[in-house]
Design a protein around this ligand. Sequence first.
Ligand code: FO1
Length: 331
Amino acid sequence: MTAAAPRIVVLAGGVGGSKFVVGVREAARRRWPDAAGGTRAEITVIANTGDDLWLSGLRLQPDVDSMIYALAGVNDTARGWGRAGESERVATELHAWGAGWPWFTLGDLDLGAHIARTGWLRDGASVTDVVGRLASRWPLGVRLLPMTDAEVDTHVMTDRGRMHFQEWWTRHRAALPAHGFEWPGIAQSAPAPGVSEVLAAADVVLFAPSNPVVSLGPILAVPGISDAVRAAPGVVVGVSPIIDGSPVRGMADACLAAVGLPATADAVGRHYGSRAKGGLLDAWLIAEEDASLAAGLGAEGLRAPVRPLWMRDLDSAAALATAALDAHRRS
Ligand code: FO1
């Protein structure tokens, strides 16, 4: 990476991804401050839209909204999704009408975003435009791009048939045996405007410690994005979402099992692969608890610096982001 303020691109899912992006923003503010309390670094987040869904006539974008709410500091940190100080008057009415899903709650404040988004989409705006308009409400300090303008909602193949990802995740808590995931239409989709360009100009590309199957998986499955990462001129660094055989958060282990991958930091690192060998990463940050895996990954061409990966607060998230930004330096 150059000594000047860098161009940083982060591939990220929702809640875990947004914690990491908040850390990246903080790390950049500390190292490359500007006069206004922000950063001279350019941070672009490419967000997963595979979690998106239509419900009660509204378009929901859970990962985009988690990212916006966390960067704006209006997220519900205790529950892990949605807005802080939320109420559920409309949801109570919807449930009384038998509308929507009884296991999926649309908070009143959150509904404001869904209604605004759906209205703009109905008026003909693209997903990129809508994400930009939602993100402009607060000074987030990052540019937020959806991975694609196409609708490519995740479907899960289960013992009880095919269902939308949100039904499997939220209603069944990912406990229903799953055999795979599909993103109908993704093969015909294209990166959203700006995605290929920011990757081609990036000094560093970071893979957030997001779910490798259903968060980063769809981003990388949009035709052109994996190739753009492989061709990126800067360093590409991933952060393991698995520590000591367990997901840092969420139910990534169920997703990994469904695609036949063990929930280990080295299996996920190999899944992305080393750029030197046709894969995606130059370095893969693994936790101190997984230090014994570093040598094996290194022997296969994937450098695996061992760092503290837990994001407990802003300082630890910024320290992790700094470690990722510095991973190109030999240690
Ligand atoms: N997660 C839940 O566990 N229960 C819910 O009722 C729920 C509602 C919800 C509404 C809007 C939204 O943007 C997200 C919501 N989530 C809910 C979170 C979401 O299902 C997942 O955690 C993410 O999509 C996975 O990244």
